[in-house]
Design a protein around this ligand. Structure first.
Ligand code: AMP
Length: 463
């Protein structure tokens, strides 16, 4: 476990206090990576999108660097623009400046936001009073420069936020004009959700020996997640999964399937095997999903099976294990999925069951994450292989006797209706319950029900 705190990042007490006020205790990965580099004075090219905490990743070290220059004086001359944050849209501009204000609330540093679409005259007096940190959209900033309401000759730090979007929106000429007005000696930070060739060119043009960090979904997987692949025939997956779920480290597991149908069927099969399993996916009603997730958080359900839709919004800290029952065909989805574990510095395990037909997708994933995942061949005995693997169209009807059927005690089925593919409830941070581990190994079935014996022999693969 390599959880670091904001204090470990050597941030000033004024900044730490603001973070505590905001309720933030642990830096997000982009913050943990970016803050030390920015404090060192490096130029930075960061692959991070909204939602990763990227704003604080540049604002916090920026404030720290500006702090010695903070002044209580009313004179505009004592408050020159020292940091310029360029953003593509008005909405982002407002959001970023709100963050600056929040984190700077105990610092004597001024900030302001300027963007187009509003009367420029309302912005000018504020600019003229002097601000150390200016958040701006490029076009409006140029208007102010032309009106001489702002000077940029003391800018020490430049941030291009959502640089890819700025390029998409055709801001390149404006950016060039602005950058030409800045002092040559300055620190440059660029944040982008994607690393297109245009972005690479922009970074080559404007950054000096930049340090590269990537936390975006595109191609980064957390270091603290142990990844492993079991090579297994499709028909042997169910038995192997059951075996893995019986392992001591499988106290709470999120299992991914490609389709909703497989998720539902797998959940039913695992329930019959004696696991406290449930499915969560876009075809369930909101109530059902909330109940399933709640039961998972409380440890009543120890195996939650979902599709990629569930992965996108699901924010579960300290989830110990993710299993890909089927690997996704879009390699980015793999990164999304395994990002459900090992969050906030906790360690996690990501296991993928890969059939021969899926090996080509595995290659693509390995190319994307730029690493080879450890592989082991799972030899599943014939008897186990013939067990009811949820093979979509080949799925047999359940032969389980009535008494064996697991009834979801917590889920009175509300009338089925389609709900939105994402609901904000899933974004609530996960709080592991104290009882989770204790309940984890208990089957959902009545105690009298014998566990079905499933076996899978694991054979280590050479190389
Ligand atoms: P951003 O990616 O900068 O748009 O931030 C996404 C959200 O995460 C914002 O609502 C921030 O307030 C929040 N946030 C930023 N840093 C942290 C942190 N270290 N801990 C918890 N929440 C954070």
């Amino acid at each position: 476990m390599n959880t670091i705190s904001f204090a470990d990042l050597k941030l000033a007490p004024e900044i730490l206090k603001a973070l505590t006020d905001s309720g933030y205790t642990t830096p997000t990965p982009v913050q943990a990576q970016a803050i030390p580099l920015v404090l060192e004075g490096c130029d930075l090219m960061a692959g991070a999108q909204t939602g990763t905490g990227k704003t604080a990743a540049f604002v916090l070290p920026m404030l720290q660097k500006m702090l010695p220059l903070a002044s209580g004086s009313a004179s505009p001359a004592r408050h020159p623009v020292r940091a310029l944050i360029l953003v593509p849209t008005r909405e982002l501009a407002i959001q970023v400046e709100e963050s600056v204000k929040t984190y700077a609330k105990h610092c004597k540093l001024r900030s302001l936001v300027v963007f187009g679409g509003v009367d420029i005259k309302t912005q000018t007096p504020h600019l003229k009073r002097g601000v150390e940190i200016l958040v701006a959209t490029p076009g409006r900033l140029l208007d102010h420069i032309e009106m001489k309401s702002v000077q940029l000759n003391q800018v020490q730090m430049l941030v291009l936020d959502e640089a890819d979007r700025m390029l998409d929106m055709g801001f390149m000429p404006d950016l060039k004009r602005i950058l030409a007005l800045l002092p040559k000696q300055r620190q440059n930070l660029m944040f982008s959700a994607t690393f297109s060739n245009e972005i690479k060119k922009l970074s080559a043009d404007f950054l000096t020996s930049p340090r590269l960090i990537e936390v975006a979904r595109s191609n980064a997987t957390a270091e603290n997640v142990t990844q492993k692949v079991y090579l297994v025939e499709q028909a042997g997956k169910h038995a192997l999964l059951a075996q893995l779920l019986r392992g001591s480290d499988a106290s709470q597991v999120l299992v991914f399937t490609k389709t909703k149908l497989t998720a539902s069927r797998l959940a039913k099969q695992l329930q019959r095997d004696g696991f406290a399993a449930d499915a969560i996916h876009g075809d369930k009603t909101q109530l059902e999903r909330i109940q399933a997730l709640d039961a998972f958080k409380q440890g009543k359900v120890t195996v939650l099976i979902g599709t990629d839709v569930a992965a996108r919004g699901l924010d579960i800290d300290q989830l110990p294990m993710v299993i890909n029952y089927e690997i996704p065909h879009a390699p980015e989805d793999y990164v999304h999925r395994i990002g459900r574990t090992g969050r906030a510095g906790a360690s996690g395990k990501a296991i993928s069951l890969v059939s021969p037909e899926e090996e080509k997708y595995l290659k693509e994933i390995e190319n994307l994450i730029k690493r080879e995942i450890e592989k082991e061949t799972a030899a599943v005995p014939h008897a186990a292989r013939t067990s009811r693997a949820p093979r979509g169209e080949h799925h047999e009807r359940s032969h389980a006797p009535q008494g064996e059927r697991h009834e979801r005690s917590h889920a009175p089925r509300p009338s089925a209706h389609k709900k939105p593919s994402h609901d904000p409830w899933f974004d609530k941070p996960y709080e592991p319950s104290g009882s989770a581990t204790a309940v984890a190994q208990q089957p959902a079935q009545p105690a009298s029900k014998p566990k079905k014996q499933v076996a899978a022999i694991l054979v280590r693969r050479q190389g």
